[in-house]
Ligand binder design. Sequence first.
Ligand code: CAA
Length: 240
Amino acid sequence: MARTALVTGGSRGIGAAISIALHDAGYSVAATYAGNDEAAAAFTKDTGIKTYKWNVADYDECAAGIAKVEAEIGPVDVLVNNAGITRDAPFHKMTPQQWHEVIDTNLTGVFNMTHPIWPGMRERKFGRIIIISSINGQKGQFAQVNYAASKAGDLGIVKSLAQEGARAGITANAICPGYIATDMVMAVPEKVRESIIAQIPAGRLGEPEEIARCVVFLASDDSGFINGSTISANGAQFFV
Ligand code: CAA
């Protein structure tokens, strides 16, 4: 029977590419989204991939949503924590609200999604947790104290979960994309974006599919001994 994969923020941007790649690789895929009903409906129409709406920042919504997915599709074997937001501002202008919105979604959201799924993975002795972190969690970024903190925190989650899940057949790994051609990066002012691209030795933004292919590998049986790792996919912009 096909394995079930759940992708948060899976109807747009990098998440959509991940959902499609996993679907093409034979998984039964569920994609969550937070707000854009139109994009989610179009995504389901185009791909046949079911979408579910809930806020990853809310623990109870996650628990209820996951229960629904598991009843309709099957126990989650692969969880891709991809949902993420930015609220960029130089630190002296950053508001507590901007801090909390980003931490609640990008960091606490990973706890909220993984915690209800974890016991089932332990029982079934198989699981794949994949977190989409960011180059900016590795190097920091001007105007992203909140985002960089959340993405660096995601790497701490992966390294700890890897140790806890290893004997239960569960792996936890992170991918740190560099700047990828998505709405999030396109929202950066054009001049700033041009200066960012100038810092990428590859001379271009990455494509969402380049991240999706890493996810498919990490989800597979072939990656079983890769646990607690961080894969950087950034066109040589930054090395850890
Ligand atoms: N490094 C150093 N200085 C910088 C800078 C940088 N990267 N970016 C801006 N500055 C400077 C500006 O030159 C300006 O300086 P002056 O006042 O001396 O001219 C100052 O900082 C900006 O001050 P403002 O008061 O004008 O800033 P603002 O309140 O208008 O904020 C901004 C503008 C939010 C910082 C905007 O420039 C921006 O969005 N920058 C991009 C931040 C970024 O890279 N975000 C990544 C988004 S993509 C992503 O997050 C995906 C991923 O995982 C990779």
